[in-house]
Design a protein around this ligand. Structure first.
Ligand code: AGP
Length: 661
């Protein structure tokens, strides 16, 4: 705890009377927050999440001796890796709020600021990664209250913003945008000290939020609030910072305080303090010295973006699922599909490239078995030249992380020409594919920098599973009970993924044993067959080793001729019969002195013959097995590449998005 200042809201003895009011106020806030948090957390599991900006936006706040504008712009540039489509800053100049907002890259915002220089020494900034709708200046942060005396930047989703907005409009507030974030600025209006207004505001918010707030009436002071979204405090010399991530200010200070959910912090150039939502001082906050260089910080302390993004999967999955399920009514919800005539669809053609196509192949099993709709899957590069038989009753489902892959775009355009309905699953906001498509279901994996696609893949599978359930509930091909059970299995995955990620050291040790081998076969059946293709692709593209994925049932039709002691077979045992049938493959390989690594569902515990290594996932339904098994496969590929010394994030000959044929 910083001992340089008395807590800002502590009242001196002589104001005893007002202290009683403060005490009453604190008790009121405490009681109402307790009641609210009980109610909210009960609802959180079932409440639909309204859309909004989610965790990949960038926040920066500065207060100190320097002119704020260049510090804010520099901080936003250091957060560019998080991806964004608009940016803005707010400062107070000569007692007036001044905001600058631009769509597109920060260079545009910088040019605007250079035309209108300010000398203010405190301010806030934001980069926005929209989750829906085209980017616009109106939606860009910071957002202001009616009197333009309060500026707010927000990262996360205010789930109950529609209800709050209506209440505010009913008492005369005028909104300038459709975003959930603007609601916060209006809630902060009214009487009382800024800190008290913040406390009154946050107990009304449901959802996830990291906030940075500037009150015109309180010079050289900023506030930050953290609830289910990262926010860190940078402690400098005669200056302090707030940011969504350390890289924003790491070149200016390495002293960081990591805020916790439920923290409100108040910073000035020479002080900082933290209180909780009830106004109670937080005394155990510690200042951490960050050893990383700025680039390492962008990687969150990981050696490579690929490893960081493998570890981001639980969070990316949670973000992707937000607002798309309702356990209370046992329903899946896609607002993006409102009025989209999926009921008339007679067949689905999934097209994609590389990893995205592997996801689509798994999606085929999900959709056909749950929604009973015929599905075919094609590489986009094949589809576009095979004069496909599609029409207005065909749904062409395009899957792409980047939304800019040339073959996938060409295939999507062909589908449109043939009058097919075009739906895309995409990670890139406002990209070409989303503009070609009739509708888009966004994965919310956040920006994926490593060329090898990891978190995008698992998020694509999650959206495909939700889409399968959505189609199944529309066609009543499964009952509500089973629907709820499947949704619960999906919601359990982030925790299960985290448990698997704790095994990283075991996988690293396994990679050390096998990185000098040259030939790898990946075998699987059912959903584990496309997963075998994906596991092989991960290894080959980052380690340059020969690896191929096979349908396990195909081994005896030729590939088993490859088996010898120096060939490593990675055998995937899925849930139930698909996995049971693959046990025989292990015996066949061992009989020919091949080495075997098994990744298995717990169904087959005790049935697996003696092999080099067994990695067991935890139980989940048969469709979701790939979302867990992919974790050790991604880690194995990463660590083999690490041991071989290849350029993990930018492997030779590869691009993150293949925008040319
Ligand atoms: C996967 O690790 C590769 N980077 C590559 O196969 C990729 O999946 C493929 O190029 C498709 O890219 P997209 O998802 O951006 O369309």
């Amino acid at each position: 705890m910083n001992s340089e200042i008395a807590p800002a809201h502590r009242v001196s003895k002589k104001k005893r009377g007002s202290n009683d009011i403060n005490t009453f106020h604190s008790l009121f806030v405490l009681f109402s927050h307790f009641m609210f948090s009980m109610y909210y957390h009960r609802k959180r599991t079932s409440e639909f999440h309204e859309k909004g900006d989610i965790r990949m936006c960038g926040i920066i706040g500065y207060v100190g001796e320097k002119v704020a504008m260049p510090v804010l712009l520099d901080g936003l540039k250091r957060l560019e890796y998080r991806g964004y489509d608009s940016a803005g800053i707010a400062v107070v100049e000569d007692g007036c709020m001044v905001t600058f907002r631009r769509t597109g890259k920060i260079a545009g915002l910088e040019a605007l600021c250079q035309e209108n220089p300010t000398l203010s020494r405190w301010g806030i900034g934001h980069t926005r990664w929209a989750t829906h709708g085209v980017p616009s200046e109106k939606k860009a942060h910071p957002h202001l209250d009616c009197r333009q005396r309060i500026a707010v930047v927000h990262n996360g989703i205010i789930e109950n913003y529609r209800q709050l907005r209506k209440e505010l409009e009913d008492i005369g507030h005028v909104f300038l945008s459709e975003t959930d974030s603007e609601v916060v600025a209006h809630l902060l209006e009214g009487g009382g000290a800024p800190l008290q207004r913040i406390q009154k505001t946050v107990i009304k918010l449901q959802g996830s939020y990291a906030l940075c707030i500037l009150f015109q009436e309180e010079p050289d002071t900023l506030y930050g609030v953290r609830m289910f979204n990262p926010l860190v405090l940078g402690v400098g010399e005669n200056e302090n910072f707030l940011a969504s991530d350390i890289p924003a200010f790491l070149d200016k200070t390495r002293k960081v305080v990591f805020l916790d959910d439920g923290d409100i912090t108040r910073i000035t150039p020479n002080s900082w303090e933290i209180v909780d939502f009830y106004g109670k001082q937080k005394t155990q906050a510690t200042v951490v010295q960050i050893p990383w260089d700025p680039l390492t910080a962008e990687k969150g302390g990981y050696k490579h973006f690929m490893l960081k993004e493998i570890h981001e999967q639980p969070q990316a999955l949670e973000d992707t699922l937000l607002g798309r399920w309702d356990l209370v009514n046992g329903r899946v919800r896609f607002d993006e599909l409102e009025g989209f005539a999926l009921g008339t669809v007679e067949r689905i053609v999934i097209i994609a490239c590389g990893t995205a196509c592997h996801a689509g192949m798994i999606g085929k099993y999900m959709i056909e078995q749950l929604a009973r709709v015929p599905v075919e899957v094609d590489y986009a590069s094949e589809f576009r030249y095979r004069d496909p038989l599609i029409d207005e009753k065909t749904l062409v489902l395009c899957i792409s992380q980047s939304g800019e892959t040339a073959d996938t775009l060409a295939a999507a355009r062909l589908a449109r020409e043939r009058q097919a309905m075009v739906l895309s699953i995409c990670n890139g906001m406002g990209t070409t594919l989303t503009r070609i498509s009739d509708r888009t279901l966004y994965t919310r994996a956040g920006v994926e920098i490593g060329v090898a696609s990891t978190k995008a893949f698992s998020c694509q599978l999650a959206v495909l599973f939700l889409l399968s359930l959505y189609l199944a509930q529309q066609r009543t091909t499964i009952g509500n009970q089973l629907l709820s059970t499947h949704i619960q299995s999906l919601l359990a995955l982030p925790r299960q993924m985290n448990d698997l990620l704790k095994n990283s050291a075991t996988i690293h040790e396994l990679a050390r044993q096998y990185y000098l081998y040259h030939d790898f076969l990946y075998l699987g059946r059912g959903v584990c067959y496309p997963l075998a293709l994906e596991g092989a692709l991960k290894l080959k593209e980052v380690s340059y080793l020969h690896a191929e994925g096979l349908s396990a049932g195909e081994m005896k039709h030729g590939p088993i001729a490859l088996i010898e002691p120096d060939v490593i077979s990675v055998v995937l045992l899925g849930k139930g019969i698909a996995g049971a049938k693959t046990l025989g493959n292990i015996e066949e390989i061992k009989a020919r002195k091949g080495k075997v690594i098994v990744v298995s569902h717990p169904d087959h515990w005790g049935e697996i013959p003696l092999v080099e290594q067994v990695i067991t996932i935890t139980d989940t339904n048969k469709y979701l097995v790939p979302l867990l098994m992919i974790i050790p496969l991604q880690l194995f590929a990463y660590y083999v590449a690490l041991e071989k010394g290849s350029d993990v994030d930018q492997p030779r000959n590869l691009a993150k998005s293949v925008t040319v044929e």
